[in-house]
Design a protein around this ligand. Structure first.
Ligand code: SF4
Ligand code: SF4
Length: 171
């Protein structure tokens, strides 16, 4: 039987998916899900044989299933924002976001594999998916990787209007 061919998403010339296409993949939370405290945001759109995110989630909030090339599906209602999937993803494509961290700001947890790590309270340059400057961010938390096969994680605070734009930083 022929495998159904998935529609090729629209990449811009920086190889970055549009927000419209990201919202259509099964790991991306709905607008309602973003209103509920911390939630994982799985920006994984490659049909690759990979599933550590599914294995590591203690709340069965991520399903890849069979075949292993399925895209990960997020059940946002089960996610408690524990960050385990962010640390384990080899593609560095999972984030955890608290859109309503306070009245004006969102908190974005980002996998980070550069050295040195920033310090808590440090001002950083928040970047978008293309690596372009978006706004200033403040480091809220730094979780240093304790295992060889996991990433460090940095939580940064940015203005709420950028919660779906900021996905990296430098300093
Ligand atoms: S943040 Fe934790 S609970 Fe949420 S999907 Fe990832 S591993 Fe599961
Ligand atoms: S671990 Fe990362 S790259 Fe692998 S399936 Fe999950 S989200 Fe995709």
């Amino acid at each position: 039987m022929l495998k159904k061919i998935r529609k090729i998403p629209n990449f811009d010339n920086a190889g970055v998916l549009s927000l419209k296409d990201l919202k259509a993949i099964p790991g991306f939370p709905s607008e309602t899900d973003f209103e509920n405290d911390l939630v994982a945001v799985i920006e994984c759109d490659e049909d690759i044989p990979c599933n550590p995110c599914e294995d590591v989630c203690p709340h069965s909030a991520i399903k890849v299933g069979l075949p292993i090339t399925n895209l990960p599906h997020l059940d946002a209602k089960k996610c408690i924002g524990c960050l385990k999937c962010v640390a384990i993803c080899p593609g560095l494509c999972i984030f955890v976001i608290n859109k309503n961290f306070d009245d004006k700001n969102s908190l974005i947890f980002i996998p980070y594999e550069y050295s040195p790590l920033p310090n808590k309270g440090q001002l950083v340059r928040a970047l978008n998916r293309k690596g372009e400057y978006v706004c200033k961010g403040i480091v809220y938390k730094v979780i240093k990787s304790s295992k060889k096969n996991s990433s460090s994680i940095v939580g940064i605070i940015v203005p709420k209007k950028f919660y779906n734009e900021v996905r990296h930083f430098n300093f």
